[in-house]
Design a protein around this ligand. Structure first.
Ligand code: ADP
Ligand code: MG
Length: 709
């Protein structure tokens, strides 16, 4: 243990002594000792995320197990872990580490572990009492991410039944829930009236100004990007020193805005155009989730003297990360959000107006160290008509499939009466059960099947996992693993903004498609993966073909990890094996069908396809697809996801034959979601099942039938 005590007494950098939380160190340490649940709240930037874990470490909690801290966002988990490892003078991955999906930076020495809430959920699955931990901190609870909400419910359930909680543990687990000011009473009541510790804040006034640029009808991203750029430059030229933080929705917008800012900032004449003559330059920095980490570090560094920093960020800068020195906010009024779209029956990443409470939070970022200003590019009418009061929790707006399967695997059968902080609508729970039933993850009694137990191990959407397992059982996982990996990383195809370059990129991509032989978007992904892997100079190959090298590199790593999970499962259990006679292309597409038969569409007229899932949406093939403009030759297709703009587009498309899905399609309709409600409540008897299902309907057609014992 000497390694640990070496830096044990040291603790924090001097700066951290100035944070508001510092004065409450001893009280907080004691409060965690005295309570099994504790809610801690305080303004963003008061030091909760970076300091509290260190205080608990100093109080010796590590001797009984790890101190785990969850974050809804992976970038936050990574950057904060980096920061804390510096403060504790150890190298990242040793005493302080992080774990996010597909990236584990921890070792046996790790005692302070930052991770995404999804990771902890996976750990609970293997170890319901979290025996490796002495304290678990659920951070950013106000974000109300789906996984954090579920963790709250699970921990409440476990800790409130003493025999469950102490099983397999020497000392009881401590749970701290941290949240920016909102909703702490609700949290405390939910957790049995536990104490709430409030870190007194110090904030300065922020004046907010509306503008008339964006009204209720202006939702085109090009419009608001242009506007934030204009406003940011106005601030730069007419306001006193102090850094700028611009809120946009995602990577491509942010990159566009940064390009425009660079271009315009170039032409500023600092002798005449800038009011504040202490400012002589503008440093433009993007900040979004999938950014390389070395670039992220720059965000936190103070700019050189005379230079004003302008950070263009996603919502991640609203609460998860605090950048010092921000005095001006430029708020676009929009955010990218995963929503369940009932029109098409799927979860879709959409750009939507932020809530009013979110807007206040964004503005507040300008008043941490002195008075600040917030420039809203939208009008008061937009505020009134388009922005809801509060953001709806994720659990009430997205698909619950993966979560319900996790709960079922944890032995929570009654998924309707599970203690949710905010109950999702029953029909969403039923929809999730239906999807799980369709992928053969649960049986008609609502019990997890052998296949479901395998599926829950994969951090992938259920349909994709189903296809992967099908491929594995047929011995052709080498076809599906790269595809699953490619679909798990950011978009790998680069499409430059410049029209000439765009044409060239499109041409290159088409060529890659032609080389891929049988032409569909899934084989295209496979082909790019394999070609790049085989190349002697992969990064040059990517550049030449307009492919994101960084994204592909992550895909390589994801593929390896998925392969490891699969190998582990194949070794551990009697893994199902089947035989198939046919060519490789058919084999590949048939495997895809097993998982994607829920996403099947048939061409109706011209370029229009109609989905077969009961929603009967009219959809078009997205222009990025290799099959775009070849619609006339297509009949049945499956697709990976949907993009809703003025039209509904299907993306990552593959032609199939009706024969291959014929036997699966009835499953889309055989179960009435409302009939599944009894399955959701408790396990039902055979007689009850028989009442609402005829014999034929539960004849499983999939090859895993024999597992159904
Ligand atoms: P809270 O969780 O209460 O919002 P944090 O612990 O995240 O507060 O932040 C406390 C302070 O640590 C802030 O001043 C912030 O700027 C600083 N900080 C956090 N992460 C980093 C980092 N990676 N580099 C430099 N400073 C950081
Ligand atoms: Mg925090």
């Amino acid at each position: 243990m000497s390694k640990r005590t070496k830096w044990d007494t040291k603790g924090d950098l001097d700066e951290s002594k100035n944070l508001p939380i510092y004065q409450h160190k001893a009280t907080l340490q004691q409060a965690v000792k005295d309570n099994s649940f504790l809610v801690v709240t305080g303004e963003t930037g008061s030091g909760k995320t970076t300091q509290l874990p260190q205080y608990l470490h100093q109080a010796g909690f590590w001797s009984n197990g790890k101190i785990g801290i969850t974050q809804p966002r992976r970038v936050a988990a990574i950057t904060v872990a980096q920061r804390v490892s510096q403060e504790m003078h150890c190298s990242l991955g040793r005493e302080v580490g992080y774990q996010v999906r597909f990236d584990d930076c921890t070792t046996q020495d790790t005692v302070v572990k930052y991770m995404t809430d999804g990771c902890l959920l996976r750990e609970i699955l293997a170890d319901p009492v979290l025996s490796q931990y002495s304290v678990v901190i659920l951070d950013e609870a106000h974000e109300r991410s789906l996984n954090t909400d579920i963790l709250l419910g699970l921990l409440k359930q476990t800790l409130s039944s003493p025999d469950k909680a102490s099983k397999g543990r020497s000392v009881p687990l401590k749970v701290v829930v941290m949240s920016a000011t909102l909703e702490t009473d609700k949290l405390s009541v939910f957790l049995g009236g536990c104490p709430v510790f409030t870190i007194p804040g110090r904030t300065f006034p922020v004046t907010s100004k509306f503008s008339c640029a964006i009204g209720p009808k202006d939702t085109e991203s090009s419009v608001y990007i242009k506007e934030v750029v204009k406003v940011a430059l106005d601030v730069h030229t007419s306001e006193m020193a102090g850094d700028i933080l611009v809120f946009l929705t995602g990577q491509s917008e942010i990159e566009k805005a940064c390009d425009m800012l660079y271009e315009k900032a170039e032409s500023i004449d600092y002798r005449y155009d800038v009011q504040d003559h202490k400012v002589e330059g503008l440093l433009i920095l993007p900040l979004y989730g999938s950014m390389p980490t070395d670039q992220q570090k720059q965000i936190f560094q103070p700019p050189p003297p005379g230079i004003r920093k302008c950070v263009v960020a996603t919502n991640i800068a609203a609460t998860s990360l605090t950048i010092n020195g921000i005095k001006y906010i430029v708020d676009s009024g929009f955010v990218k959000q995963l929503n369940h779209n009932s029109r098409v029956g799927m979860d879709i990443l959409e750009v939507v107006p932020i809530s009013k409470s979110e807007a206040l939070q964004r503005a507040g970022r300008a008043g941490r160290t002195s008075a600040g200003k917030c420039f809203r590019i939208y009008s008061p009418a937009f505020w009134e008509k388009c922005m809801p009061e509060y953001t709806v929790p994720e659990i009430q707006r997205t698909s619950l499939t993966a979560v319900i399967l996790t709960l079922k695997c944890l032995g929570v059968h009654d998924v309707i009466r599970f203690p949710y902080l905010d109950r999702p609508e029953e029909r969403f729970i039923l929809e999730a059960l239906k999807q799980l039933y369709q992928c053969d993850a649960i049986d008609r009694r609502g019990k997890v099947t052998r296949l479901g137990e395998l599926m829950v191990e994969f951090p992938l959407p259920p349909g994709l996992t189903r296809a992967l397992l099908q491929a594995a059982s047929l011995g052709c996982e080498d076809l599906l693993l790269p595809v699953a990996a490619m679909l798990s990383v950011e978009n790998i195809f680069i499409r430059p903004g410049h029209p000439e370059k765009q044409k060239e990129a499109d041409k290159k991509h088409r060529q890659l498609g032609v080389q891929a032989g049988s032409c569909n978007d899934f084989t295209m992904l496979l082909s790019v993966f394999e070609k790049c892997k085989a190349s002697d100079a992969p990064s040059a190959w990517c550049k030449d073909n307009y492919i994101h090298w960084r994204a592909l590199k992550s895909a390589f790593s994801v593929e390896t990890q998925l392969r490891e999970i699969l190998l582990r499962l194949q070794k551990k259990r009697d893994f199902p094996m089947e035989k198939f006679d046919g060519n490789k292309s058919e084999l590949f597409r048939r495997c895809l069908c097993t998982g994607y038969f829920t996403n099947v569409a048939r061409r109706s007229v011209g370029k229009v396809f109609c989905t077969m899932d009961g929603h009967g949406s009219m959809v078009h093939i997205h222009p990025s697809s290799t099959l775009f403009d070849q619609e006339a030759q297509l009949d049945w297709v499956i697709f990976h996801d949907l993009l809703v703009t003025s039209r509904i587009y299907i993306r990552t498309v593959c032609p199939i034959r009706y024969d291959w899905v014929k036997d699966l399609l009835p499953k889309l309709h055989e179960v009435d979601v409302y009939e599944l409600s009894s399955v959701a409540r408790e396990e039902v008897t055979d007689e009850e099942v028989a009442k609402w299902m005829t014999k034929e309907t539960y004849e499983f057609t999939a090859v895993f039938k024999k597992l159904e014992k």
